[in-house]
Design a protein around this ligand. Structure first.
Ligand SMILES: Cc1cc2nc3c(=O)[nH]c(=O)nc-3n(C[C@H](O)[C@H](O)[C@H](O)COP(=O)(O)OP(=O)(O)OC[C@H]3O[C@@H](n4cnc5c(N)ncnc54)[C@H](O)[C@@H]3O)c2cc1C
Length: 537
């Protein structure tokens, strides 16, 4: 799909003001995006508004796993795991460019973590729940076989390890793909468009007042049904005021140089401090480590990794990989997100035991709100929501189809991409993002095939694609969520930010003031995410 850009956004804002929709979806995280995709696929006149960028909330701050959640078997959440495993397999099948198989090593130690037998039983059940057999089956390794696979893993007390499979994704790009898929099915979508208040007629919600956050223009959107998919912000729109729906818990992640950590594979480790599972995941030359899980009582608009969070993850890495000796100065980047977990019935349990299952609320005014769930299960959540929405003739919307619909670009052979002038590493990166046809549309732009940051695979054509085909309208949209340089570049993209802003200014007709402001705001974002280091760097 071409032409999903700032002009599309402007036209969509006009449509939002003019038309009446069957369904208005509020929130452009994975859940809102999946609902819009499902509804538009069923033929409903669908609108989606997101107050920031797509995936700028929790959905862009995850562990980047599409997984069943092996750990939930410890608390007998078999239903949740079964759904998540099924949805993982659907995504592996339907979105091969976006969701990739990932083998995990899960070690068993004599003195901490799961016992050998508990682990073997857990992996047996996990395999059993995966009816689709989309991934290879589990394997059990002896201690010597484990260290052959992971030579730098702690050996003291090691009793062996299980190998099992889940999948990884780039979370923000997965959300974007779902958003674009919804748009291609006819949904009218705008980012940086905030619902300030719901509109009611005779006590029934029939639309919302919105404001375009780029221009300040306010108007009303008319809709027969409204879904609140605003994650941790859910209660800001529900009315009359209820007791809090959400128990937000904070989770952080850090990227470290992989050569320093020494992991070869993905691992699910058990932290000695509190017995929680910590993921250590390969991400090119980096290792992604996460996550924490602590109750959050602050302002959900400002969620940052702090020194304690980072220390906790570094401790878990250093225990498992004793030669790593990683410290806060090794951290390339860190980020934090809030889990929108349903509070009801979970007030007194520890954070990591709050249910990850989703909950649907239908208020007296007709507003449907949905909360909880996982990045992995959003498609199934969307189905449940749209099943409740009657189409304009008052009938039940026709049955679902998203389970069998492809998502994201087709995977093309690497040589089709190298033939366009990209080197091997860049071709492998682009293979998961764009088709050759999409790339060809922008090959003539300056430096298209040249790296943006020396030593990294990201190239200038991606900036062009972000702005012209992915509705990126701020510098952060490009550097954080479309390209990921915020996470992967050694200085988080601070140095290259002015050059990228100038390129964006050419396309988006920014004046010098706007261009400077974008760079300043981006650098402030980076600085706030490095504050945990305490060294100003
Ligand atoms: C640390 C962490 C790790 C995780 N790891 C995984 C994982 O590896 N795999 C997995 O499957 N799940 C994972 N999850 C769970 C998963 O990320 C969430 O369940 C999911 O992203 C929630 O999506 P959402 O759309 O409900 O919320 P969000 O992504 O937060 O989307 C809500 C959106 O609503 C917008 N919004 C709010 N108010 C308004 C308004 N008034 N008008 C317009 N828009 C508005 C926000 O800007 C936001 O973008 C993780 C969660 C966390 C916190």
């Amino acid at each position: 799909m071409s032409g999903f850009d700032v002009d599309t956004r402007t036209q969509n804002l006009r449509r939002l003001e003019r038309d009446t929709f069957d369904l208005l979806v509020i929130g452009g995280g994975i859940v809102g995006a999946a609902i819009a995709r499902d509804a538009a696929t069923r033929g409903l006149a669908t609108a989606l508004v997101e107050r920031g960028d797509f995936a700028s909330g929790t959905s862009g701050k995850t562990s980047r796993l599409v997984h069943g959640g092996l750990r939930y078997l410890r608390t007998y959440k078999v239903g949740l795991v079964r759904t998540a495993v099924r949805e993982r397999d659907v995504l592996l099948e339907q979105a091969p460019a976006l969701v990739h198989p990932l083998p995990f090593v899960i070690p068993s130690y004599r003195d901490h973590g799961p016992s050998r037998w508990a682990l073997r039983l857990g992996l047996l059940v996990y395999d059993f729940l995966s009816k689709g057999k989309a991934l290879p089956r589990r394997v059990w390794l002896r201690p010597d076989e484990t260290t052959e696979r992971e030579p730098r893993l702690e050996v003291g007390g090691l009793e062996g390890s299980g190998i099992y499979y889940d999948a990884w994704t780039d979370d923000a790009r997965l959300v974007l793909a779902v958003v674009k898929e919804a748009a291609s099915k006819g949904a009218t979508i705008a980012n940086y468009t905030e619902v300030t208040e719901l509109h009611r007629t005779a006590g029934r919600v029939d639309g919302a007042h919105v404001v375009d956050r780029l221009t300040g223009t306010a108007f009303r959107v008319k809709a027969r049904g409204v879904v609140n998919a605003t994650g941790v912000w859910l209660d800001r729109l529900r009315s009359p005021p209820t007791s809090p729906t959400i128990r937000p818990t904070k989770g952080i992640h850090i990227f470290l140089p992989r050569a320093k950590v020494g992991n070869r594979n993905a691992l699910a480790l058990t932290a000695r401090r509190d017995g929680r599972i910590i993921f250590v995941l390969p991400w090119g030359d980096l290792t992604l480590v996460g996550t924490t899980d602590t109750d959050f009582h602050g302002n959900p608009d400002v969620v940052l990794p702090d020194a304690h969070d980072v220390e906790y993850l570094l401790e878990a890495v250093n225990e498992a990989f004793p030669e790593a000796e990683v410290t806060p100065t090794d951290v390339v980047s860190a980020y934090a997100g809030l889990r929108p977990l349903a509070r009801k019935g979970h007030e007194d349990v520890p954070e990591s035991e709050v249910s990850r299952e989703h909950t649907l609320f239908q208020d007296d005014d007709g507003l449907i709100s949905i909360v909880g769930g996982k990045l992995t299960t959003a498609r199934a959540m969307a189905e449940a929501v749209v099943n409740r929405i009657p189409s304009s003739d008052g009938k039940q919307s026709p049955a679902l189809t998203t389970r069998v619909l492809p998502l994201g670009p087709k995977v093309h052979p690497l040589d089709e991409l190298t033939a366009l002038g990209f080197d091997g590493a860049t071709a492998r990166r682009l293979q998961h993002r764009f088709t050759p046809e999409e790339l060809k549309r922008h090959l003539e732009t300056s430096s298209a095939t040249r790296p943006i940051v020396n030593g990294l695979a990201a190239v200038w054509i991606e900036v062009e694609l972000a702005v012209r085909e992915e509705m990126a309208v701020t510098l952060s949209d490009v550097l954080v969520r479309r390209l990921g340089l915020f996470y992967e570049a050694p200085d988080q993209g601070s140095e290259v930010a002015p050059k990228v802003a100038v390129r964006m200014a050419e396309v988006l007709a920014w004046d010098a003031g706007r261009t400077d402001r974008e760079v300043r705001e981006y650098r402030e974002l980076v600085a706030s995410h490095r504050r945990f280091r305490g060294d100003g760097g």
